[in-house]
Design a protein around this ligand. Structure first.
Ligand code: DQA
Length: 143
């Protein structure tokens, strides 16, 4: 099974950005962890990060016919991007939404998730381990 892990803006700033909210581990650690978790689950994971909404839409479109599952943390675009929602719906690839922080306990503007409307599972507030749980969910269901 091939899984595409997409991260939106500022996820590459992990370890630097608001450590009280997002923790002390950096983005490279997240990449290393994802590689290891995928190996343990006998699947392949490719990671992609962008600060640009259109690049994320392009990547989702390119995933069509090339990936069996998507794990996505659209970051701030979660709460604004109908384009990412439509892209996920367009390709119809099983998708899981991840948020490192517990967005349900944060500001009002974080309470809507457009991308989440196209995701069949939502893993919220579990830190970096949320990505492992998302990969595991897809492997358990589709492998
Ligand atoms: C986030 C939560 C979003 O509200 C925020 O804009 C992010 C990260 C998370 O992983 O907790 O950049 O998606």
């Amino acid at each position: 099974m091939k899984i595409l892990v997409i991260n939106g803006p500022n996820i590459n700033m992990l370890g630097i950005r608001e450590p009280g909210i997002y923790g002390n581990q950096n983005y490279q650690t997240l990449l290393d962890n994802i590689k290891q978790w995928a190996e343990e689950l006998n699947c392949q994971a490719e990671c992609f990060q962008s600060n640009h909404e259109g690049s994320i839409v392009d990547k989702i479109q390119e995933a069509y016919d090339n990936f069996d599952g998507i794990v996505i943390n659209p970051a701030a675009y979660t709460h604004t991007s109908v384009a990412i929602l439509d892209a996920l719906k367009s390709v119809g690839i099983p998708a899981v939404e991840v948020h490192i922080s517990d967005v349900t306990k944060r500001e009002d503007f974080r309470q809507i998730s457009y991308a989440g409307m196209a995701c069949e599972e939502h893993i919220i507030g579990k830190g970096l381990d949320g990505y492992r749980l998302a990969i595991q969910y897809l492997c358990d269901k589709y492998m």
